[in-house]
Ligand binder design. Structure first.
Ligand SMILES: *[C@@H]1O[C@H](CO)[C@@H](O)[C@H](O)[C@H]1NC(C)=O
Ligand SMILES: *[C@@H]1O[C@H](CO)[C@@H](O)[C@H](O)[C@H]1NC(C)=O
Length: 284
């Protein structure tokens, strides 16, 4: 039995009864008390034409919920929410209608389309995309190209989309919640190291490993990087993992990597073995 599986099993034994109550933010689009609202509209009939301009407008040390409503369109921009701009509720008009897209790759620190440093964040009905190599099939270099990097505590996402080829959703630090989201990629496309917990409920996870091209058609959904006992985990409840191209549920990024899928549908391209030990081969 691999260390990875052992960790998984012991996690179940210790926390099995309570894992459903993992401490994640309970912000909800319908019950968040918004005090002010602005609109972003590319066509010029809102308060701002870019998402970043609306974020820049939010005052530093903001401590009441501000809604930024984004009208349909593909917003071609890189967006950063700095640490001192908390309590932002970013709302689109549907995963297929409103998206933020950019095309950069190379470093997790600065190539993400959307970067969240602030605590207390809520998003709904919007898609975050890194278009680098997205949708192109054939042999690829393996490039870090995140659609989102989350460095803040307490972030919740409802009906959001996350799309890239590699390292799509960087869940690095804090407690995060995802409900009814669509997450697409081929390699390590849900990954992170220090997050306390990430909880996905009813999410549709789609592997595009087949796009990697001949000879490289193995994908990995998760790369969870817990490096000490009892600090973080990715937990997925319900939903599905499907797609094209042989795909592992995850590979162990660090010694205590912990990922749980519960009541989740697995498509036929998901490798039955489930996990890969990666650098910890031999410690199984
Ligand atoms: C946003 O636009 C609306 C409608 O024009 C206006 O009433 C409101 O004052 C604007 N808000 C800001 C913060 O500019
Ligand atoms: C991005 O981050 C990397 C690693 O920290 C650095 O080497 C590179 O110069 C940065 N690129 C830009 C454009 O800031």
């Amino acid at each position: 039995m691999s260390i990875f599986r052992f960790t998984l099993l012991s996690f179940f034994l210790t926390y099995g009864v309570s894992y459903a109550h993992i401490d994640v933010p309970n912000f909800h689009p319908k019950s968040t008390p918004v005090v002010q609202s602005v609109t972003v509209d590319q066509s010029g009939s809102g308060n701002f034409t870019t998402v970043q301009a609306a974020i820049n407008w939010v005052p530093a040390k903001n401590n009441q919920w501000v809604q930024i409503h984004v009208k349909p369109g593909s917003y071609k921009e890189k967006v950063t929410i700095p640490q001192d701009k908390q309590f932002i509720f970013l709302e689109g008009e549907g995963q297929g209608a409103t998206s933020i897209e950019w095309n950069d790759y190379g470093h997790s620190e600065n190539s993400s389309t959307f970067t969240l440093y602030a605590d207390n964040f809520l998003a709904s009905h919007i898609t975050f995309k890194n278009t680098h190599d997205l949708g192109i099939s054939g042999p690829h270099k393996f490039d870090v190209a995140p659609a989102i990097m989350i460095w803040g505590d307490k972030a919740a996402f409802y009906d959001c989309g996350f799309m890239s080829l590699q390292d799509t959703l960087g869940d690095w630090k804090g407690r995060h919640f995802f409900q009814s989201c669509y997450i697409e990629g081929s390699v390590d496309f849900i990954w992170g190291r220090r997050c306390v917990s990430a909880d996905g409920q009813g999410c549709k996870i789609t592997s595009t490993a087949a796009n990697l091209g001949p000879g490289r058609v193995i994908g990995f959904v998760t790369a969870q990087g817990r490096d000490e006992p009892h600090t973080s985990a990715f937990v997925f409840k319900g939903g599905s993992v499907d797609g094209q191209g042989l795909t592992y549920l995850g590979r162990a990024y660090k010694e205590y990597s912990t990922v749980i899928f519960s009541q989740t549908y697995f498509g036929s391209d998901i490798v039955p073995l489930g996990w890969d030990a990666w650098h910890d081969r031999g410690h199984e």
